[in-house]
Design a protein around this ligand. Structure first.
Ligand code: GDP
Ligand code: MG
Length: 670
């Protein structure tokens, strides 16, 4: 292999690995699908790159030495059998594997039917032979139906002969076999499928079709010619018929058995003369002389056997003696032309397909890359826009909830304040009145008690009692008035309290829920009720009653005046008790007013709290939304960062790839 070829092979292997890595990365990345490319497309490309093999089709007339040439080239020992007859010839596919082995493929049922029909009609040698061999096979009990369409592994060369040799030599199943697969371990042909086709002008139309298919997909075709009859009619016909469509850089013409040519120079002159031949068909073929290799396959095969230290069998020994007859050492590669043949095959394979494979993958990867980058750019734009909107949303939500929070705080503070003030005021008004009233009652009673104890004039006592009665009546009025004032003040305070809430709410743009409006209606009801409570208390009906009760006690006291001292003492005590009752009664009234007020205010506070808690809930929802939006924003930002870095990586990656593409094209030119 030339240095250049070796370099290219290295380059090919390197790029192939590189592209495989790219496909793998694409498949594990989030780029796919992108544009018109799906994961499956990429997967398919990767499989094709992995499975990609060069195909070399070897053709030529029967006995031209195709199998011998391949044995020398690929195995270095005789592995491919020499088929003896046209019926038993098989298409043999050589492929690289971890270890050597064989398998056979039988004809498909339809192919077999087609063959049988054809053989029925064929009156020539092939038809007769085919029918005879099938009869023989059937007679041994090997019925075709058992085998058609199957692929069987073969255990060793001996068994292979059952399928490959002529029925005479034990190849009972040979007529049923369409194709033989041979696994070899020659690293040099790791990526190459080599097909040994049976001769040209094959009467077996199924086999001929398969041969044609192989030639069609071949990257290089090696046409083997028997030197001593080079370019006979059959060669000209085949070359014109099948190889015209194979580009010249895909063909190698191997002129074999040069040891048998009387004079190789005569052959070469003959080949050269073909260029000016009268027949265009011959001239066409002559155009190929540039890709000719003159070889002695047998010589090379023996040399390979020796190189491997394998013993020569009787047949090889015999052949060697024949080869040595003319005094030329055909086992010498310099003489047997194999290095040139090898080089030509490699050149054709690598130049034609190697670069094409790399180019096709590079182009594919570039298109995927372009679309991926494009898609990523679109994604990035979309993400940027999303991010902008989300950021705005976060800001807006934050502002909204801040406004509500501050409103609630202000309201809560004001309401708390107000409530305290209101409670203080009520206490002050009523509480103040309470001590005053007590004091007054105490004074009045005290005065009377003193008079009673110190005076002995009935007139004077009577007089004092009258005073007492008058003062009590006055007191009654004054209590009534006091309580009336308290009621008004309380009402005013509550009115202020509610107004405050409304004002603060209005100033802060708080919209209260429907509940809050209902609340206002409640306030009205509450006002009325409170007013009534206070007025009822202030009407001091009961106080009046008590006072008049006291007066009647005093009346009785007057009646009893002049009675023994102990009666006076009793009356005196009962007056004192009466004083306590009046005091207690007034106390109760006042306490109940204060309680009522407190209760009412507490209720009011509760309702305001409910309204505010609605607000607080709204605020919580807003905060939750803000959190979510912020999370979305962070996600978007992270995604955006990731996309941007991925895009940069992709671009870097594809720019490296472009350099690779230029490399492949360069190799192709080389
Ligand atoms: N003298 C000579 N005989 C050869 C050479 N190559 C092949 N043969 C013989 O030619 C015959 C046919 O070879 P084979 O490889 O089976 O031809 P195929 O039908 O084209 O596959 C065999 O007997 C080979 O030993 C060669 O280079 N020199
Ligand atoms: Mg053969």
């Amino acid at each position: 292999m030339s240095q250049e070829q070796a370099r290219f092979l290295d380059e090919y292997a390197r790029k192939r690995t590189h592209y495989e890595a790219i496909y793998e990365r694409l498949l594990t990345s989030a780029y796919l699908p992108c544009g018109r490319f799906t994961r499956e497309d990429v997967q398919e490309k990767l499989s094709s790159l992995r499975a990609n093999r060069f195909v070399v089709a070897v053709c030529g007339q029967m006995k031209a030495g195709k199998s011998t040439l391949l044995n020398a080239l690929v195995f270095g020992r005789p592995v491919l059998p020499s088929e003896a007859t046209v019926t038993t010839a098989k298409i043999t596919v050589l492929q690289h594997a971890d270890r050597e082995g064989f398998s056979v493929t039988f004809y498909e049922p339809e192919e077999w039917r087609e063959l049988c029909e054809r053989a029925e009609r064929d009156e020539g040698e092939w038809g007769r032979a085919f029918r005879a061999e099938v009869d023989k096979a059937v007679r041994t009990g090997a019925h075709p139906e058992t085998y058609m369409g199957r692929v069987l592994p073969v255990d060793g060369y001996e068994e292979l002969m059952t399928y490959a040799a002529t029925p005479d030599l034990g190849g009972v199943l040979s007529p049923y076999v369409k194709e033989i697969r041979v696994d070899h371990t020659n690293e040099q042909f790791k990526d190459v499928l080599i097909v040994d086709t049976p001769g040209t002008e094959d009467p077996n139309q199924v086999r001929e079709r398969l041969t044609k298919d192989w030639i069609k997909q071949a990257d290089a075709v090696v046409y083997v010619i028997y030197a001593s009859q080079a370019f006979n009619e059959a060669d000209i016909v085949f070359l014109n018929k099948y190889l015209r469509h194979v580009p010249p850089d895909g063909r190698v013409l191997a002129v074999n058995k040069i040891d048998l040519a009387t004079d190789i120079e005569v052959v070469k002159r003959w080949v050269a003369s073909l260029k000016t031949h009268d027949r265009p068909a011959v001239r066409n073929v002559a155009g190929e002389t540039g890709s000719m290799a003159y070889v002695c396959s047998l010589g090379q095969l023996i040399s390979e056997l020796r190189k491997r230290g394998l013993p020569l069998g009787d047949w090889e020994q015999e052949q060697l003696e024949i080869l040595e007859c003319d005094g030329v050492d055909w086992t010498d590669p310099e003489k047997n032309g194999f290095p040139i043949l090898r080089k030509k095959i490699e050149e054709r394979l690598l130049a034609r397909k190697g670069a094409a494979i790399l180019r096709s993958h590079a182009t594919f990867i570039e298109s995927v890359g372009r679309e991926a980058v494009q898609e990523m750019e679109n994604d990035i734009l979309r993400l940027q826009e999303d991010l902008r909107l989300t950021e705005m949303e976060v800001d807006d939500l934050k502002k909204q909830s801040e406004a509500i929070r501050s409103t609630i705080a202000t309201l809560a503070a004001t309401i708390g304040d107000r409530r305290k003030r209101l409670a203080r005021e009520i206490k002050k008004n009523i509480g103040g009145g309470e001590t005053e009233i007590h004091q007054k009652i105490y004074n009045i009673f005290e005065k009377v008690r003193n008079k009673i104890l110190t005076s002995d004039s009935k007139k004077v006592i009577e007089n004092h009692l009258w005073h007492l009665a008058k003062e009590l009546l006055q007191l009654k009025d004054s209590i009534a008035k006091d309580l009336q004032t308290v009621a008004e003040e309380v009402e005013q305070n509550i009115r202020n309290f509610v107004d405050d809430i409304w004002n603060i709410a209005e100033q802060n743009g708080v919209t209260f829920s429907k509940d809050f409006f209902l609340l206002e209606i409640d306030y009205m009801t509450f006002h009325r009720e409170l007013h009534e409570t206070i007025t009822n208390a202030a009407s001091v009906h009961h106080i009046q009653q008590e006072v008049s009760d006291s007066l009647s006690i005093l009346d009785k006291f007057l009646d009893w005046f002049g009675k023994p001292k102990n009666t006076i003492g009793k009356t005196y005590n009962s007056l004192t008790a009466r004083q306590e009752i009046v005091k207690e009664l007034i106390d109760r009234k006042i306490r109940s007013v204060i309680n009522e007020c407190d209760k009412a205010i507490e209720q009011l506070q509760k309702k305001v709290n409910i309204a505010l808690s609605d607000h607080a809930k709204r605020c919580e929802t807003l905060a939750e939304r803000e959190n979510q939006a912020a999370k979305r924003r962070d996600d978007l930002a992270a995604q955006l960062r990731w996309k941007e870095s991925e895009k940069a990586a992709l671009e870097r990656w594809f720019s490296e790839l472009r350099t690779g593409v230029t490399g492949a094209a360069g190799c192709e030119r080389a």
